[in-house]
Design a protein around this ligand. Structure first.
Ligand SMILES: CC(C)(COP(=O)(O)OP(=O)(O)OC[C@H]1O[C@@H](n2cnc3c(N)ncnc32)[C@H](O)[C@@H]1OP(=O)(O)O)[C@@H](O)C(=O)NCCC(=O)NCCS
Length: 221
């Protein structure tokens, strides 16, 4: 507890905090946040106003949880994810390293909810792979996998698996292109053959039919 830095404007913790301290270094937790007993939070993470983290949650290192974020029990948020304001990360959602969740985007975990029918045993898993971006106000219908570095445009509704590097927009979302790890559209068709070298990173992308991969050939010349 002594290792947790309070935001400078804030009073002492008014909330219940009982966390194994081995990992609890350089963590910022705003005093309005609620961190339930048992929650794991990695080094360097920042937990802002009105966040609630449930006791079973595992939050990695260098994670940022913006204002009013909720993190459920059966949730993994890997290192260096950024979760913007007003996002609820419900049970059965897993975010791999470096995922960006835009403000007010929505996860779900029950596919066909009814208030009068209990469906807690029917949660569907959502997996968001490394480096993906989920744009502001998009919705992820549960049961899908979003590939590495995929980019979901603002307001999109995802109801199917998304390929790595795919740029998806609309309702329901359709692929309109490919997005680089740097975060810019790659000038290649959705299907076909082709190559692209990112001018920012030097990474070499290869399109083969309908799959885009980054090759090891960063020294391609
Ligand atoms: C996808 C995005 C990055 C734009 O990428 P881009 O490569 O510049 O793409 P363009 O603006 O050239 O758009 C390509 C086409 O897709 C459409 N499009 C782009 N974003 C869209 C979206 N979110 N929803 C629907 N259509 C969209 C454009 O209107 C355009 O259509 P057109 O060819 O018929 O004119 C941007 O629109 C976006 O959604 N960013 C997310 C912002 C966000 O959520 N930030 C959160 C942190 S604040």
């Amino acid at each position: 507890m002594q290792h947790i830095y309070l935001h400078e404007t804030i009073k002492p913790f008014p909330f219940h905090l009982s966390i194994n301290t081995a990992e609890m270094t350089n963590i910022t937790i705003h005093s309005t946040a609620i961190v339930d007993e048992g929650a794991q939070i990695g080094e360097g993470s920042r937990i802002w106003h009105w966040v609630h983290i449930c006791g079973g949650a595992r939050v990695g290192k260098g994670v940022s949880l913006g204002q009013n974020v909720f993190v459920g029990n059966n949730v993994v948020i890997a290192d260096h994810c950024k979760i913007q304001n007003n996002v609820s990360v419900y049970d059965n959602v897993t975010l791999e390293e470096g995922v960006f969740c835009g403000p007010s985007m929505v996860f779900t975990n029950v596919y066909n909810p009814r208030s009068l029918i209990e469906r807690k045993c029917e949660y569907r898993n959502t997996l968001v792979k490394k480096g993906a971006t989920l744009g502001a106000n998009c919705t992820i219908v549960c049961g899908v996998t979003i590939g590495e570095y995929a980019f979901i445009g603002a307001g999109a509704v995802i109801n199917k698996d998304v390929k790595p590097y795919a740029l998806m927009v609309g309702i329901p979302a359709k692929q309109i292109g490919w997005m680089s790890e740097y975060g810019e559209q790659i000038p290649l068709p959705i299907k076909g053959q082709g190559d692209f070298i990112c001018p920012h990173t030097g990474s070499h992308y290869e399109l083969n039919i309908d799959t885009l991969k980054i090759s090891d050939a960063n020294n391609y010349d």
